[in-house]
Design a protein around this ligand. Structure first.
Ligand code: PMP
Length: 355
């Protein structure tokens, strides 16, 4: 059994793999891959998935839950198009590659982007603070967890304007006050399910209010909400597996319980990084992510020895992103504390072996 610290697509609960695999062979006498998305069986899956999202995140009335395609990358475009209003301006916080991607796509649809906070001058090694949120824009956008750089917002930015968030890499890892947001979007392939679906949680009152002249049918969230997320063929298998995963999450105490487990895992690894003289973290304590933990060797000469140790321990997916270097341990919901302990023990082993 391998310990999967990959950044996404990533580990999901074993029971989800098993049940999803069974449904590929037999889902009410057909394969889940061959059923019609209009069949009563799949309509029931979609409705259960939507209601489990609402249950898990305590989504208030007045929001729609949609499973679209295109990934969070198309979400950048969809969010900006649907939030464009009279000023055609938006405020963005730039916390790394994905935030930059969102900024680029907003500009591409004609939005005048005000990047009012950024950590680019520090290679995105912290979460910006002390900024002034603009008030002369249509909406504010931020990325709650920066998958590549290992930083995470631990508070929601204060604003009275509509708020949009890319939660791709920390959704369902902890409770979130959905009522503060107008659009939350997330690629499925971290804590939700297999790649292929993109989750949107949208305040109904924003639907159909865009001032954009360019609005292809698929990119208008109102069309999806009006059709119960069945405007066209949804990513059937991905929605089914996400539904299984959400069932498992809710049955095991929901996001409240998983947050406690995620904190314990993150504390175990950060404490090893901070106390082991061979390693150092890359992010100040208050901005550290509980999902993606980035760290470096203090002495690059240890690289071969450390790489050998973790590879021998059946750890996979630990290599850092090229823009940060070093290592990145992604510790999504389904990664067990035992896997984290395997990692911390090889880190200790490296230091012991040096005498
Ligand atoms: N935003 C964040 C925070 C991400 O981590 C990722 C992918 N890892 C993306 C956006 C892009 O997602 P997708 O590949 O689904 O387009």
């Amino acid at each position: 059994m391998k310990h999967n610290f990959g950044a996404g697509p990533c580990i999901l609960p074993q029971v989800v793999f098993k049940e999803a695999a069974e449904a590929i062979v037999d889902f009410n006498g057909l394969s889940i891959l061959e059923i019609s998305h209009r069949s009563p069986e799949f309509v029931a899956v979609m409705e259960e998935a939507q209601s489990l999202v609402k249950k898990a995140l305590n989504v208030p009335d007045g929001y729609s839950v949609l499973f679209l395609q295109g990934g969070a990358s198309l979400g950048f475009t969809i969010a900006s198009l649907n939030m464009m209003r009279d000023t055609k301006k938006a405020g963005y916080i730039n916390t790394g590659a994905w935030a930059k991607g969102a900024i680029g796509e907003a500009k591409a649809v004609g939005i005048d982007v005000n990047v009012f906070a950024s950590s680019e001058d520090n290679n995105f090694g912290h979460i910006p603070k002390g900024y002034t949120v603009p008030t002369d824009v249509d909406y504010i956008h931020y990325t709650s967890n920066n998958t590549i750089f290992g930083t995470q917002f631990h508070a929601i930015p204060e604003t009275s304007l509509p708020l949009v968030c890319d939660m791709s890499s920390d959704i369902f890892s902890k409770p979130v006050d959905v009522s503060k947001f107008d659009i939350i979007y997330a690629g499925a392939q971290k804590n939700l399910g297999p790649a292929g679906a993109t989750l949107f949680i949208v305040k109904d009152s924003i639907l159909g209010k865009s001032t954009s002249e360019f609005m292809p049918k698929y990119l208008n969230l109102k069309n999806h909400a009006d059709k119960g997320s069945m405007l066209n063929t949804p990513p059937v298998f991905s929605v089914y597996a996400a539904m299984l995963n959400l069932r498992d999450l809710v049955a095991n105490g929901g996001v409240e319980a998983v947050e406690v487990r995620n904190q314990a895992k993150a504390e175990a690894l950060y404490s090893e990084i901070d106390n082991n003289p061979s390693f150092k973290g890359t992010v100040p304590v208050e901005d550290r992510s509980n999902m993606n933990i980035t760290f470096l060797l203090n002495d690059e000469a240890d690289k071969d020895a450390f790489d050998k140790l973790w590879n021998n321990a059946e750890i996979v997916g630990l290599k850092g992103h090229r823009s940060v270097g070093g290592y990145r341990a992604s510790m999504y919901n389904a990664l067990t504390i035992e896997s984290v302990q395997v990692l911390t023990s090889v880190m200790s082993e490296l230091t012991r072996s040096k005498g």
